[in-house]
Design a protein around this ligand. Sequence first.
Ligand SMILES: [Zn+2]
Length: 404
Amino acid sequence: MTEPLYYQDPYLFEFQARILRRLTGDQGYGLVLDRTAFYPGGGGQPPDRGAIEDLPLLAITRDGDTPVHWVAQDPGKERVHCRVDALRRLDNMQQHTGQHLISACLLKVGGFETVSVHFGEQYTAVEIDREAIAGEQIQQAEALANRIVAEARLVETYWLSPEEIHRIPLRKKPPAREKIRIVEIDGLDWSACGGTHVRKTSEVGPVVFAGSEKIRGRMRLRWLIGDRVRAAYHRQREWLHQMSVQLTSAAEELPERIARLLEERKALARQVHFLNTRLGELLADSLSSKAQPVGRWQLVHFNAGTEFGPDFLRPLMQRLIARPGLVAVLACQNDAASAFWMVGASEDCRLDFARLLPPLLPIMGDARGGGRGTVWQGKCSGTPKLEAFVRALKARLSEGESHG
Ligand SMILES: [Zn+2]
């Protein structure tokens, strides 16, 4: 039987203990102690971290009801000095007490019942039994919680038997057990809880609503509690500062500045579209005026390199093959490792691409792709050997002319 010191005094962060039993396992050495201030986890609160004789505590598991403390090595003595990671535990105590406080305030302002809670590294989340909550009600709950923090009300814990629990207005009935641990926030809340808590609500620190999401048809409300509020403020202030510097704008003017930038971006996109269309028309004229006669057809080819992408080449291809008797080969470089290619022909060319192209594509390199009718497109690794491909295509087309 290990004496749980964290229940008697949650502020005890250093203690001496005697090793009762040693276990070995994948995690190293498991120590069963006669007493422990390491909270083993439970009620959503994560297990403590810390050290036993300077050996970092790796995990706490349970052997029945008995906590087992895992370390990498045998400490080599019977009496050990143990140290709890106090900052992390104090944060857990703020989060746990803060959650009781928030749940009680949500119940008070609008009858919102807490269905589940989640203690994350960043936020403490409270899921309520409704699919909606008004912003005003969240504000009321937040204001009430902070008022009770300011009142420095006592937070007490005690054990009651199942026969005794009718004496207190429990927020949520626990499953019947031998003895139930009650956490009471003076005059506000009575909850069954096995976690660690602060002594007074003032130690919870500020309680701030930090966002919500709908999950399984219920609202999940995220909260920043205690020292995390200050940390979050400084983190967010740094983001704002970086944005201000990049956009050369005061923080309070950022929303307006960003809205204006997005408007400008839309106008630019419209202009780019207009210019691309006009450029595509001119390029189609210029390319077709320089088309080379190959048998019965005219052939054009154009490698846009990195200047234009597939989105520019596709409409260009449509413009080219709208002209009679034209065969076109287009390509562009996506990046150093891959290129995009297109081969197209006007309908009146009556070319059978399914027969014509598959033997020729390997000449371009590692080309993959396909198409329907007389427009094919695909990808090619590295830089496509377009000149060689066009030469082979020309040869094939002249052949087709002489044989067809
Ligand atoms: Zn609790």
